[in-house]
Structure formats: C-alpha cells, structure tokens
Design a protein around this ligand. Structure first.
Ligand SMILES: Cc1ncc(COP(=O)(O)O)c(C=O)c1O
Length: 373
C-alpha cells in the first residue's frame, strides 16, 4: 500500500461537514475580506497561543495576514528594523525566513545550528552580534522549539528583539509556553500542509505587545485601521474570510492532531532507536509538534530511492541551506562555513508524518527503512 508524505484529503474527510458549513456561511454573508470571521479567528488563535501548560495563561494578541512570509516581514518591519540593520538567523530553513529580513532592507546573518537538534546554536549568537544587530530570528524547525531561555537571555543582554519563525510549530511548547508567549513576536504560516493549515495561503503574528500587533495590522492593510485614513504606507496582506473560517474549525482539532503526531513520532523513535539512522534529540524542556519527522542517514539519497520503490513518499527539508543558495551568494559564506548545517543538508530525510497516519503505515515505513539502511 502506498504511504503518502501527507494526506490533506483524509483530514478534510474527517471534518467535511463543519468545513463545508463554515465556507457556505462565509459565502452566504459575502464576508470575503476582513470582518467578523477573521476577527474571531484572530481572537481564537491568540487565546490558543496564550495557554500555558501550568495554567498561568498569558494574554496575547494576534493579527492575521496573507501568508507566513508576510507575517515575518511585517513583524520585523513593525519593530523598526530596516536598511543597515542585521538579523541573526539560521540557514537550514525555508527561504522565507531570510526573505522576510531582506524585504525590510535588513541583512540576514546566518549562524550554524546545534548538532543534536539542528536548531539555532545559542553559543554562536554572541560572536555574530555587531553594532548593526537588531534582532535574533530563531526558527522552530520541524515543530521543535528552540532554546528560548538561552536566546532570550542573550537578547536581553544586548537589547535585541526576538522574532520567532513558528511557521512549523503551532502549539509546540518550551517550558509549557507556546510560541508568542516567549518572544517579542512569533510568526505563523497556515500553508495547507502545516500543522494548522488553511485551504490556501494564510499567516498570523502573535505577541503580548498590543501596540505592536496594531501596527502590524495597520501595515498589512494599506497602513490603515479605518477605511479612508492611511496613517502610513503599508501593503495588502490580509487573511480572507474563507481561510479564517477553515482555520477556526481546524483550530478546534489542533491539539488532537498534534497529539496524534506525537504518538506517531514516539512509534517511529521506538522502532528506529537501534537502527543506523540518527534521530533528532529533543530538548526535555520542550514538547515538539512534529511538523516533520526527520532522520539522518549518510546514505540518504539511496535510502529515499529505496523507499520510493516501495511507494513510500519522503521529503528533504532542506537539501540546500540558505547560505549556499544562489540567491544568497552575496552573503559570502562559502561551502564549509556552517559545517553542522551543511552536513545535515546532505543527510536529512523527512518521513511520512500527518495526524491521520496509521500504525500500519508507520510500521511499513520502519520495515522499509530497516531493509534499506
Ligand atoms: C520555516 C518557515 N518559515 C516561513 C515559511 C513561510 O510561510 P508561507 O509559505 O506561508 O509564506 C514557511 C512555510 O512555508 C516555513 O516552513
């Protein structure tokens, strides 16, 4: 039986009636852009992000936008970061993380990741700080939260902002807190394949700073909060009513789906611990949401080909780190500059991972891996 990498239609089938009803309702009301549906989702999502495992919930605010790239861009711009400034980030990520920085006119500064987690290596942040540095952008890659304690301590010492790229980490926690509660701002993507995915593009910014969120809301809607008055020049980056309606329905299932991903990850880990594959180490202070389940193998390409022969789909996130992408030739970080990042890029293999994955499918993947590695 083929094992897909993700199965969005299985998820749709499980909540079809509610989704169809929510979409029909938006169409009935012709509430296509802005309005109540979008506001309701923003409120629901800010409450969701503010929930703390120990019951001490945090008051957060949310504004939605057109996609995750814009969420990052608008957040950085609203923090007053722009030409001449630097933002420290990592290279094993989707290009959007760095694009958002350059879109504001600032420059990305790539540092290496930690060998065990493939997340920002906190020990490398301070050596990268210059008088131009304005912010740190950790990426919660694969749904695993970065070391927010270490990052926040450095940010506080150097008066830097922390902008979290949480595009892959809806609901993940660090010391019980979700993204948005532990940084100046956290930015989310609702691209369809994400843990919380729309039926098109979507994004959001979450922060405890109400004024910052208002500024981002204004920037995302042509610089206005009222119809005819434009305080500043902004852009058009809005979540539409249909996407907000879908997201509000799906948000109700996010914990359940993340829990399913956690149990799939546990099954993979148990089966693969003694194999030749390297598994990611999870920081015990975190509860990841396994957007991707990634193993490392020195024979990655051959292994992926063997799985493909058995109709098991895999992915590589990401085969070319950003500093080696043609688009970032100008940053002048030749091959060898970020050794952990570069080695990981040649070894990482993402296995099928989605809430509706069955135990039989996981066992099938494991058997194929054991035969192939
Ligand atoms: C780590 C990361 N950052 C940013 C983005 C950008 O999000 P979007 O595709 O919604 O613009 C994505 C998703 O594609 C991502 O995975």
């Amino acid at each position: 039986m083929p094992v897909p990498f993700v199965d969005l239609s299985a998820q749709y089938r499980s909540i079809k009636e509610q989704i169809d009803q929510a979409l029909a309702d938006v169409i009935d009301r012709c509430a296509f852009v802005g309005g109540e549906t979008v506001q309701q989702f923003e409120q629901d999502f800010s409450l969701y992000c503010g929930i703390n495992a120990d019951g001490n919930d945090v008051e957060l605010h949310c504004t939605s936008c057109g996609n995750g790239t814009d969420a990052l861009y608008l957040a950085i711009r609203a923090l007053g970061i722009g030409p001449g400034d630097e933002v420290i980030t990592v290279a094993p990520t989707f290009i959007a993380s760095a694009e958002a920085i350059t879109l504001t006119g600032a420059a990305p500064v790539f540092i290496d990741v930690h060998r065990d987690t493939l997340l920002m290596d906190v020990d490398l942040i301070e050596p990268a700080i210059t008088e131009r540095t304005k912010a740190i952008m950790p990426v919660h890659l694969y749904g695993q939260p970065c070391d927010m304690q270490g990052i926040n301590a450095i940010a506080a010492r150097h008066n830097l902002k922390v902008v979290v790229d949480a595009a892959q980490a809806h609901g993940a926690t660090f010391e019980g807190k979700r993204p948005g509660a532990l940084s100046d701002v956290a930015c989310f993507s609702f691209y369809p394949g994400k843990n919380l995915g729309a039926y098109g593009d979507g994004g959001a910014v979450v922060s405890g700073d109400r004024e910052l969120i208002q500024k981002i809301k204004m920037l995302s809607n042509h610089g206005r909060l009222e119809k005819y008055t434009h305080q500043i020049e902004g852009v058009n980056s809005r979540l539409d009513g249909m996407q907000a309606a879908v997201l509000s329905v799906k948000l109700r299932y996010l914990n359940q789906w993340n829990q399913a991903r956690r149990s799939h990850a546990a099954r993979y880990i148990e089966a693969l611990t003694d194999s030749d594959l390297t598994l990611a180490t999870t920081d015990p202070r975190t509860d990841p949401v396994w957007h991707l389940f990634v193993v490392r193998s020195t024979g990655r390409d051959a292994l992926a080909a063997k799985l493909k022969q058995q109709q098991i789909a895999t992915g590589v996130h990401y085969p070319i780190p950003l500093h080696l992408q043609p688009a970032y030739g100008y940053v002048n970080l030749p091959a060898g500059s970020l050794p952990v990042t570069e080695q990981a890029a040649s070894q990482v293999l993402s296995l099928p991972m989605f809430a509706e994955l069955t135990d039989q499918q996981i066992d099938q993947v494991v058997l194929a891996l054991q035969a192939g590695s």
